[in-house]
Design a protein around this ligand. Structure first.
Ligand SMILES: Cc1cc2nc3c(=O)[nH]c(=O)nc-3n(C[C@H](O)[C@H](O)[C@H](O)COP(=O)(O)O)c2cc1C
Length: 199
């Protein structure tokens, strides 16, 4: 039985291209693993706060030395971390905003990446602690970045691969739904994206 976690970060619900692509990936995974469970974290409905001083101090304080307030301040981060730790497969829906990821998704990452929880320092440098997980990225964009003159402007895929690698997740597959701001190409690229999903 596979435990699938789906991260939604577009606020436009059923009109969202990244959500449509993410849903299609989850659907294929359910076909492949019939008894799988799906947990959804919708970052636009359960908005995570930016990290403040109390989280910073708590992140870098050993658990036995944390004040009750610091422990309380970690609750949301603990939830985010536990959800990822409990999942075998994580499908992250990624709308491209200003060449990168949305701030809602960035805040989720800030809550997820924690010293001695999801990465640790070792003699050979930082070491990720979340191994044996598979991630699918469902990236949507208004333009085309998989090839052509705008390829170098994409800060979604490399950034996400880097942060996931930092916490030990190296098995990452990317599917893209592109040209969503181009009325003449939008449908064609949407169909192409759905057909491209191989699990
Ligand atoms: C605030 C904002 C910024 C955007 N920035 C870009 C961009 O830099 N490049 C691009 O190709 N599309 C950009 N778009 C278009 C979105 O990537 C596109 O509409 C995509 O389908 C959004 O994902 P969603 O449909 O899942 O919400 C932007 C859209 C918004 C709302």
């Amino acid at each position: 039985m596979m435990k699938i976690l789906n991260i939604i970060s577009s606020p436009i619900h059923e009109a969202s291209a990244s959500t449509k692509l993410g849903n299609a990936i989850v659907h294929k995974l359910q076909g492949k693993y019939p008894n799988s469970t799906v947990t959804v974290r919708n970052l636009t409905k359960q908005t995570l706060p930016h990290l403040e001083e109390i989280q910073m101090r708590s992140f870098f304080t050993a658990d036995e030395n944390r004040t009750p307030e610091q422990k309380e301040a970690l609750k949301l981060s603990d939830e985010v971390v536990n959800e990822v730790m409990n999942a075998d497969i994580i499908v992250i829906n990624v709308p491209m905003y200003n060449f990168g990821i949305s701030s809602t998704l960035k805040v989720w990452i800030d809550h997820l990446i924690r010293k001695d929880v999801t990465f640790k320092h070792s003699a050979s440098g930082a070491q990720g602690m979340l191994n044996d997980k598979k991630v699918y990225l469902a990236i949507s964009s208004g333009g085309i970045y998989s090839e052509g003159p705008r390829k170098h402007l994409d800060y979604t895929e490399n950034y996400l691969r880097s942060v996931l690698d930092f916490i030990g997740i190296t098995d990452v597959t990317v599917f893209r739904i592109e040209a969503q701001s181009k009325p003449d190409l939008k449908e064609e690229f949407a169909a192409k994206a759905m057909e491209s999903i191989s699990i």
